[in-house]
Design a protein around this ligand. Structure first.
Ligand SMILES: Cc1ncc(C[n+]2csc(CCOP(=O)(O)OP(=O)(O)O)c2C)c(N)n1
Length: 568
């Protein structure tokens, strides 16, 4: 892999914010922001704090950076996660020390689980007070040590720009993930020389021609091959490359956890996703494959059905694993062929020049896998009346989704029918946290609408999740973002209640919710809002909500889910 590293900055890229005060000097805060801005960072999500006043003040001099003020650090962090997922550049959020950092930590965990590039910048106590347990001090190396890719605390002003450069590299390389930068409050305002580097783009790593030939020959011989593809294909040309590969060999494709938007779901080679609710007959079929190509997926807990698919640690079938991070390839499942390289490039190299005349056995296998998927995805008979079954809301939404809609989901039972029944066609996007974090949906929708103003953004959230970060909707009002927010109000932490039903029948505790009047809350925020109480009202409400040119809020009074999910 070509290292990006820090290299000399071409004169044309010299920062436009060279300080008016002294063109040869700038504050450390300016240098840090300059490093970020010159590498494409154009949004910063934050809750302000006195521990990073210097950085805040410097943001005044970066009009190219949109400062999105949030109401809770979890909201800021989730916005940065969604922005990082959409752009593949690090999402950046800034928080105050101690309470701000602890509030924001959920996003660091989400970025790690979701493999999203993220940079969290935290103000810190003055340098002289470090490790004195000063007011609101935390040792962030210890706090974030197991969930961040890298935690760095500056002690000298010159380090700020350097840390920002390195953070951009670390967050995006190998398995993308979160980086935490800690900046003592008293070094942000000190003068430094302007940074003189930019992060160079990386060249993609490729598999050797021998390795490509080896896998091609495995594919030629396989009767029942299956590709399991994951997040590494969420890059420009990634989806097209995956489609071309599958078609050229006539191989069915299953997608990793919550990555439904990587492959056209209507394509006969689409086998479904590996998630929380794969029925046993489908898994039996997948187990009966004779070759698995795991491409661009970490093959983690949920994708591998709790490390049971394929067989752990030695798969029963031939197993090829391709991922750009050496720590991941063969991590759980022993690979017959392990490839540490860019999966998109590998998929391109593996694509047969002409679509293979697939043998009848292969065609029959692909058809069987597809038939199983079609059984799963088929809508159940409408069940609604009053209160509404949220599946019927999802059913009504599916044909109304525009070609380029972005669907942001919070965690909860209401989301289950989306994962099971909605068929995604790119450029439609599914934005749902792999970490299963409640509170993600609303802020993610804000970040998506800011990034993609011409696309319809729809957020689906439960009454539990909305009460966690729903306050961020005020940004949709102030910035006139026409997000459609659909809230499923079942007066319960329904997902957990369903677990209780399954594991401790009849013993509900801690899961009933007494809710405020959501309609009045939404209206008080300045949103147009309406309530759906009966199934017959769903269609018209969705039509109004989707046509709205301002944020629109639909509360649906829903019944509790009858089907206990396996997870969230
Ligand atoms: C931050 C966070 N806290 C707790 C959980 C555990 N959890 C998962 S789903 C859920 C309930 C979600 O309730 P709600 O938003 O009302 O949606 P519903 O399941 O009722 O559809 C809880 C508490 C979680 N995933 N994330």
């Amino acid at each position: 892999m070509m290292t990006a590293g820090l290299s000399c900055d071409p004169p044309s890229l010299t920062a436009s914010i060279m300080m008016a005060i002294n063109p040869k000097r700038m504050t450390a805060a300016h240098a840090m922001l300059s490093a970020l801005a010159r590498n494409g960072i154009d949004h910063v999500f934050l809750v302000p704090g006195e521990s990073y006043l210097g950085l805040l003040d410097a943001l005044n001099d970066f009009p190219q950076i949109d400062v999105v003020t949030c109401r809770h650090e979890a909201g800021a962090g989730f916005m940065a996660c969604a922005d990082g997922r959409l752009t593949r550049r690090p999402g950046v959020f800034m928080v105050s020390r101690g309470p701000g950092a602890t509030n924001g930590s959920i996003a660091v965990h989400t970025a790690q689980q979701d493999a999203i590039p993220l940079i969290l910048i935290i103000g810190q106590v003055p340098k002289k007070d470090l490790r004195r347990q000063a007011f609101q001090e935390i040792d962030y190396q210890k706090m974030f040590g197991s969930i961040a890719k890298w935690v760095a605390e500056a002690t000298e002003p010159e380090q700020l720009a350097e840390l920002a450069f390195k953070a951009l590299r670390v967050a995006t390389s190998g398995t993308p993930g979160p980086v935490v930068l800690v900046v003592p409050e008293d070094i942000q305002q000190q003068d430094v020389l302007p940074p003189q580097w930019i992060v160079q783009p990386m060249a993609a790593t490729t598999a050797s021609p021998d390795a490509v030939r080896q896998v091609a020959s495995l594919l030629e011989k396989a009767q029942r091959p299956l590709i399991v593809a994951g997040g590494a294909f969420d890059v420009p040309r990634g989806r097209e490359t995956l489609l071309a590969l599958a078609q050229s060999w006539h191989v069915p494709i299953a997608l990793s956890f919550r990555r439904h938007d990587l492959f056209p779901n209507s394509n006969p080679l689409y086998a479904g996703d590996l998630g929380l609710a794969n029925p046993a007959p489908q898994m039996e079929l997948f187990h009966s494959s004779d070759l698995i190509l795991a491409l661009g997926t970490r093959f983690g807990d949920i994708t591998s059905q709790g490390y049971t698919f394929p067989q752990l640690p030695r798969p029963a079938q031939t197993f090829v694993h391709c991922y750009p991070d050496p720590a991941i390839v063969g991590q759980h499942f022993a690979a017959d062929v392990g490839l540490i390289c860019d999966p998109v490039t590998f998929a391109r190299d593996l694509t047969a020049p002409q679509a293979a005349n697939a043998p009848a056995s292969r065609r029959e296998w692909a058809a069987r896998v597809r038939a199983r998927y079609e059984e799963i995805v088929a809508w159940p008979a409408p069940r609604s009346g009053e209160p509404v079954d949220f599946t019927d809301v999802v059913r009504a939404l599916a044909p109304r989704l525009a070609r380029d809609s972005i669907l942001c989901l919070d965690a909860g039972t209401f989301a289950a029918p989306v994962y099971r029944h909605i068929e995604f066609e790119y450029p439609q996007r599914l934005m749902a946290p792999l970490a299963g974090a409640m509170g993600y949906g609303t802020p993610a929708a804000i970040a998506c609408a800011l990034r993609e103003p011409s696309r319809k953004v729809i957020c689906m959230v439960g009454d539990g999740g909305f009460m966690m970060t729903g306050n961020e909707m005020i940004a949709a009002v102030t910035r006139k973002l026409p997000i459609l927010l659909v809230l499923s109000n079942n007066r319960s932490y329904g997902s957990i209640r369903a677990h209780q039903d399954r594991d401790y029948p009849g013993r509900h505790i801690g899961t009933d919710l007494f809710n405020p009047d959501f309609l009045r809350i939404a209206q008080a925020f300045g949103m147009q809002a309406e309530r759906v109480t009966h199934a017959r009202e769903i269609d018209a409400a969705l039509d109004r909500g989707l046509a709205a040119t301002a944020p629109y809020f639909i509360e649906v009074l829903t019944r509790l889910s009858a089907v206990p999910p396996r997870g969230d």
